[in-house]
Design a binder for this molecule. Structure first.
Ligand code: KIV
Length: 287
């Protein structure tokens, strides 16, 4: 009897999940982690440009290039069998206009097999969103703290704290929905604002630092696994402490090597006895 295979998710399925169930999204940037995330029930695997910070050791996301995204998205798409894969369009690959956005998204889609992208921003990127959707590429929006514009916000700061800015964010959210986005990330906005927006748009909101009133949640994988160092945002829940486990494993390995405990006999390869004799004569001790 064959085991029922969970079908591959789609942008349409995610859009239809609004009001039916909560959506779980996590980032991944390479084959082994993407396989683990996909194999454990996540709806969406995001190849985020947080890649720059949590994998490449950069201070922000601006140095991430389209080639970086292609390399990592290809690895993730190759690993994922069930979840929807979404890839971030990196800084300055869509802001210049519709033509640039189409050309860069086409490169990303053709080189990796990804069929959904995420763009940061509101009203000023609506033509790009419309053109991508019309060309067959699904688009996820991203409002609130949009890290590609952190310099304008004066750093990684909570957005939408005033009634006026919350209403402006809702207007952007509605415009992104109207332009064809299938879902919307809300990052670092007051919980009440995220819920206010979630209740007023027809596409799912995926929150990060946006409270429980969103239709889904996303975390950066390396943050929730306890793999990142330095400042961890308040909204991160750590589900594991892999940094300590990795440190313990590495120091145990170093000690084993230094003390001659590794490799043991079972980690080595034997030579056929006749060849060994040819090589060493009958002197077994040298073996
Ligand atoms: O780049 C990223 O990982 C993201 C998430 C934080 C939503 O955009």
């Amino acid at each position: 009897m064959s085991v029922p295979v969970k079908p591959r998710s789609s942008a349409l399925a995610i859009r239809q999940a609004k009001g039916q169930r909560k959506i779980a999204m996590l980032t991944a940037y390479d084959f082994p982690f993407a396989s683990l995330v996909d194999g454990n029930g996540v709806d969406i695997v995001l190849v985020g440009d947080s890649l720059g910070m949590v994998v490449l050791g950069e201070a922000d996301t601006l140095s991430v290039t389209l080639d970086d995204m292609i390399r990592h998205t290809k690895a993730v798409v190759g690993a994922v069998q069930h979840s929807l894969v979404v890839a971030d369009m990196p800084f300055m690959t869509y802001e210049a206009g519709v033509e640039a956005a189409l050309a860069n998204a086409a490169r990303l889609a053709q080189a990796t097999g990804v069929r959904a992208v995420k763009l940061e921003g509101g009203a000023h990127i609506l033509p790009q969103v419309r053109a991508l959707v019309q060309s067959g590429i699904a688009v996820m929006g991203h409002l609130g703290l949009t890290p590609q514009r952190a310099a304008i916000f004066g750093g990684f700061k909570v957005q939408g704290r005033t009634a006026a800015s919350a209403k402006a964010m809702l207007a952007d959210a509605k415009a992104l929905e109207e332009a064809g986005c299938f879902a919307l990330v809300l990052e670092a906005v007051p919980s009440v604002v995220a819920e206010y927006i979630t209740q007023r748009i027809g596409i799912p909101t995926i929150g990060i630092g946006a409270g429980a009133g969103c239709d889904g949640q996303v975390l950066v994988l390396h943050d929730m696994l306890g793999l990142t160092s330095g400042h961890i945002p308040k909204f991160v829940k750590q589900y594991a402490n892999l940094k300590d486990q990795v440190a313990q494993a590495v120091s145990a390995y170093v000690a084993d090597v230094q003390q001659g405990q590794f490799p043991a006999e079972e980690h080595g390869f034997a030579m056929p006895e006749a060849e060994r004799t040819l090589l060493l004569g009958n002197d077994k001790k040298k073996g």
